[in-house]
Design a protein around this ligand. Sequence first.
Ligand code: HPA
Ligand code: ZN
Length: 334
Amino acid sequence: MLNFINQLPKAELHLHIEGTFEPELMFAIAKRNNIEIKYNSIEEIREAYNFNCLQDFLDIYYAGAAVLIHEQDFYDLTWSYLEKCAEQNVRHTEIMFDPQTHTKRGVSFETIINGISRACKNAELKLNVSSLLIMSYLRHLSEEEAFETLQESLPYKHLIKAVGLDSSEKGNPPSKFKNVFEASVKEGYIPVAHAGEEGPASYIWEALDILKIKRIDHGNNCFEDELIKEIIARDIALTVCPLSNTALKVVDDLKYHPVKRMIELGLKVTINSDDPAYFGGQVNTNYIELQKALGLTKDDLYEFAKNSFQYSLLEEDIKRERLQELELFFEDHQ
Ligand code: HPA
Ligand code: ZN
């Protein structure tokens, strides 16, 4: 099973680049930028990664991201993640980045996007990993600030495929971002959003009806008959993040993870790492731990991988190629 998961061609659809920041790289970049961080050792950092809720994590995540200053920092962060993709046979990844986390500190949009996208281009050539970018608005900030970010992004529109919505969910419903999502879609960005991680089912309804999203990030709180019916009718996938859910106490134990119920109800599920440096595992570890906890079969895992390509934002011809590659793998590894 371990080999099967490691070799399974897959896509990752829910990944925050700032959440891939391993303590070793964080220390190295802090040092070269002459920035003090409040931890004395890598062990001390890891000990701090003990969260009771989403906000606990976000406070530490934003503090960590504050050492990123130069284009090369964003390049190194992204490259380091893409190398891990290659090792795990992640053939395609859709990377979220939070421009406001950096522009608020005086880092330019250009610095961020150039560093990240240069690493992506290089990975396509040297690692055979494809990728695209999802610019995510921070929902604890105002819609007006999201509009400023949309404006700043326009010269780099060709480098960005989609817009997302992340950060503190409770008290920040999708409807708060109605106008900026409408404007983003007009600019050609595809809308996705975090919904139903800590927030209620009504936030998922809002994300669907008001933001018109094409994919639900997390979606744990989707268990309402009418909502399930609607998600299926619209053929929308959920980007589920098992180890994120246990780390942030969204789920008590993987044994009780709702993913099995989701599958039984006919929902389209993909498996992802969210913020792997903080939640104890890359995407393959998420597959492995979930498989062990729920006794999933190779067919279940194949279905996750298939959904990951099917519900990616790849162009149809490349999507078909990736799906064929997966199918050939599965015929050989039943
Ligand atoms: N939820 C909301 N915001 C985030 C997350 C998450 O899981 N990860 C990074 N920003
Ligand atoms: Zn997330």
